[in-house]
Design a protein around this ligand. Structure first.
Ligand SMILES: [Cu+2]
Length: 270
């Protein structure tokens, strides 16, 4: 094989390899957009997940266009001889185009992220069920105020019922499906973080600070949660379960707690 043929083959292989790598990276990014993040179980999570897909897909499109342009230009304008090619300086139209497209993309991403953020951080309807979540070294307490159990609850009802976890007995947080649930996060010792993966959301539990958030679960089931802020030697013991149930089941659960039940929900819930 002479040198010219060898070079030609080498260039061709290089082109094929880079095209293959670009295609591989594209499929990995598109695939991980679908599989990389769980889609979540709340209406808020659904919006965040959609935003995530939009951002990842835009990044994938930009990546492929840039790579294709790069590879094309490298081959098309490679050095062919010692003769200097025609020299050009500047192209106003091209410069305006390649400056405005990225600006438009950034504005688009900013606006869509801002809309989702405002939506996710929106305060709960005052009627919504409110649960006091207290993080302590090293477990959680979930307290339900009897006068704040969601629409239709008795405003004059007195007292709270609560479930307190221990390292040996993980507590279960029970919430109704299809209605907004507000969590009020309380800590009297150090900073914890209230994290349920399938909410796609996590909020710190800071002493002296009134941190809250609201979610509307859209499917029933059993999920897991944990403290996500290293808060001391037994931090890992701060795990808990989440049960999303139908409203009537939730009402039965609260009535049972009121009747002196232990709050070991898994024993009673399907
Ligand atoms: Cu903690």
């Amino acid at each position: 094989m002479n040198t010219a043929t060898w070079r030609k083959n080498f260039r061709r292989s290089l082109f094929i390899v880079s095209a293959a790598i670009s295609a591989l990276l594209l499929s990995v990014s598109v695939a991980s957009a679908g599989w990389g993040q769980p889609s979540g179980i709340t209406e808020e999570a659904e919006r965040m997940h959609t935003l995530y897909l939009i951002v990842t897909a835009s990044a994938a499109v930009v990546f492929v266009l840039v790579e294709v342009a790069l590879v094309y230009i490298i081959f098309r304008y490679r050095k062919r001889s010692d003769e200097l090619p025609p020299q050009t300086h500047g192209n106003n139209l091209l410069e305006v185009v390649w400056t405005s497209i990225p600006i438009l993309i950034v504005i688009g991403l900013f606006v869509s992220a801002f809309v989702v953020l405002v939506d996710v951080e929106e305060d709960a309807d005052p009627e919504a069920l409110t649960i006091d979540v207290t993080g302590f070294q090293f477990q959680w307490e979930f307290a339900y105020n009897l006068n704040d159990l969601g629409p239709g609850s008795d405003p004059n009802a007195d007292g709270t019922v609560s479930v307190i976890g221990t390292a040996a007995n993980q507590p279960t947080l029970v919430i109704p499906v299809g209605e907004p649930v507000e969590f009020r996060l309380i800590s009297n010792d150090v900073i914890h973080s209230f994290y349920i993966r399938d909410f796609l959301y996590k909020l710190d539990v800071v002493p002296g600070r009134d941190n809250r958030f609201t979610v509307t679960p859209k499917q029933t089931g059993e999920f897991i949660g944990q403290c996500a802020e290293y808060c001391g030697v037994d931090h890992e013991a701060m795990r808990f379960k989440l049960h999303v149930v139908e409203r009537d089941e939730f009402d039965r659960y609260i009535a049972d707690l009121q009747g002196g039940g232990s709050g070991n929900a898994s024993a009673r819930l399907p």
